[in-house]
Write a protein that binds this ligand. Structure first.
Ligand SMILES: Cc1cc2nc3c(=O)[nH]c(=O)nc-3n(C[C@H](O)[C@H](O)[C@H](O)COP(=O)(O)OP(=O)(O)OC[C@H]3O[C@@H](n4cnc5c(N)ncnc54)[C@H](O)[C@@H]3O)c2cc1C
Length: 285
């Protein structure tokens, strides 16, 4: 199908990009790394707003937050020395799951989380790390819990009236024991059965708090509340990991309506959660 694109803009400031987006509405399309374009460019689109010149490529930590600019590529995350030392390197590890060099070198954090395919690797990661999302719009700036941007009504705003500018990960997660796992038919298969990220605050053999986030077999990345409740204050040991696995199974069976088509993925997610917890517990000692 022929498209109707006639103009390209390369805004240099967030305000300019938001202004263009708000003015042109459905006549414009935002592109960051450009690895996840819509299948067919809608015929209403006449303008491409390429945001790669915006100053949103920062990776820095201060007293309160780890700040990740929305235009950082997966490769920049994977190679960052700062991220390799954050929460046992879980952010660098997860970015490295990107299955092709193209997706890692061009794909951005923003593009990965604002229009996420259920298989995308970064949403469960930032959900488990209690991240916040900083979003620019016509009225200024808004900071919302990461989980909110995965909700369809908020997700729809991105690229139309909202621009993601930064993800903020709380500084206290730096010392957490976190592990990211995924299983697909092959290592290069982006559409895996299950992605699971656990992040645990372990001290003196006790798991003070744990986050367990699962994706791939669900429409969007989801925290496993039952498992997290069981883990809070429990001994960081195999028994706790097995109890959490059972709780993940119960929760995922409910969320997938015990669909036979999802049964294998659900079991896989439980096993991944247990293994990730055991690894996190042993690295947190
Ligand atoms: C061959 C191939 C393999 C892939 N493998 C993986 C993989 O293993 N794991 C994985 O997670 N993903 C994978 N992907 C998907 C994709 O590459 C990543 O999700 C990537 O991070 C998308 O980022 P992008 O900058 O290219 O997004 P773009 O294509 O530029 O944008 C995607 C959408 O998000 C909107 N958008 C982008 N940035 C912003 C922003 N800052 N604010 C508001 N809206 C924005 C755009 O309007 C657009 O609609 C793969 C893709 C391909 C083509």
């Amino acid at each position: 199908m022929r498209n109707n694109i006639r103009e390209f803009y390369f805004p240099a400031a967030v305000k300019e990009a938001v202004g263009l987006m708000t003015k042109l509405k459905s006549k414009a399309m935002i592109v960051a790394g450009g690895t996840r374009p819509p299948g067919d460019v809608p015929s209403s689109v006449e303008t491409v707003i390429d945001i790669t010149d915006l100053p949103l490529r920062h990776l820095q930590a201060d007293k309160g937050w780890l700040r990740i600019g929305a235009l950082c590529t997966l490769e920049e995350l994977e190679k960052s020395a700062l991220l390799k030392s954050w929460a046992r390197g879980v952010i660098a590890q997860t970015a490295g799951f990107g299955t092709t060099a193209l997706a890692r070198s061009m794909g951005t954090v923003g593009g990965n989380v604002v229009r996420p395919h259920p298989y995308n690797n970064l949403p469960p990661l930032f959900l488990a790390l209690d991240a916040l999302a900083v979003c620019a719009h016509d009225g200024g700036e808004e900071t919302v819990p990461f989980g909110d941007i995965l909700k369809p009504d908020i997700m729809r705003r991105f690229g139309h009236s909202w621009l993601l500018t930064e993800l903020r990960v709380p500084a206290h997660t730096k010392g957490w024991a976190a592990v990211s796992t995924r299983l697909g038919a092959t290592k290069s298969d982006w559409k895996g059965y299950a992605n699971c990220v656990v992040a645990a605050d372990v001290h003196g053999g006790v798991c003070r708090k744990a986050a367990v986030a699962v994706s791939a077999m669900l429409p969007r990345a989801t925290r496993m509340a039952k498992a997290e409740t069981l883990l809070a204050g429990a001994a960081a040991d195999e028994a706790a990991a097995r109890e959490a696995e059972a709780a993940v199974l119960v929760e995922l069976e409910a969320l997938t309506g015990k669909s036979p088509a999802k049964a294998h993925a659900v079991r896989t997610a439980g096993v991944l959660a247990r293994r990730a917890l055991l690894q996190a517990f042993s690295s947190g000692r």
